[in-house]
Design a protein around this ligand. Sequence first.
Ligand SMILES: [Zn+2]
Length: 321
Amino acid sequence: MHNPADIRRRDLHLGDTVTVYKAGDIIPRVQAAVVRLRPAGAVEVPLPDACPRCGGEINKAQERWRCAKGTSCALPALIEYAAGREMLDIDGLGRTYVASLIESGAVTDVADLFTLTVDQLTAASGSAKRGAKLAEQIETARSRPLSRVFCALGVLGTGRSMSRRIARHFGTMDAIRQADAAAMQDVEGIGPEKAPVVVEQVAALAPVIEKLIAAGVNMTEPEEPTASVHGEGPGPLAGKVVVVTGKMAGPLDGLGRSEMNALIEKAGGRAGSSVNSKTSILVAAPSASGKPSSKAVRAAELGVEVLTPEAFADLVADHLT
Ligand SMILES: [Zn+2]
């Protein structure tokens, strides 16, 4: 539903009931509207005539429309994301200071953060003390592992755990940049649809990556001292692929997917996204309805061990902080 030509081709109206099919056996795709179920007076899906984020022009050159400003439309959100705790972790670089740095022209991309002067940071934050503190934090951020630096680039479709997988798989930014779509598909969780999109975005980010390198930002993923080449270390989950589904409870209450993935990796295992023949353990919270999830059904079919969040917490107790 992000492709206007497709929406028109399928003659979709607001309130339509649609048929959905599994494209490539995985991705649900809208096939067609069930016209006889269309509400009376339903109107065609309205298409925007301005960028919903900045109100500027839309570039309609390709089927998937984009803001004519490109990435700079999303710049404030991207910089805030990049400075986040699980990315560059520049604590204190909040929305107001980011806006001020962008407005002054000091920051036009993520890489510019690393060449800011204390004076610029003082001007943006309105205090010499805060400016100095921010400069110190940016200095520390220069040596973050590649997984966090890569994540900070904001490549679509690569969040925290995917960035971690990409960084661990390739080891260096150089190797990531040299990867073609086929090589990118070797990363667990990247399929034939996503691989070329990631490769294309990494290529488009070349100027930003060059600036980061020039600014002395770390471009390698440190090897875990005890980890094997596959990123699997010793621990209760050594050599195991663990898939998580549902809302965590007990000692794991409140842990999101990326935190669960980090926990799995800390305990020596690998996080998987779907249940298949390689899956060792499925951590499944019982659903409110009592009906097993599709992942749980699949696990049962394959004879995959299923653990409750509580039982899994016991298993990795030494790695819970
Ligand atoms: Zn825009």
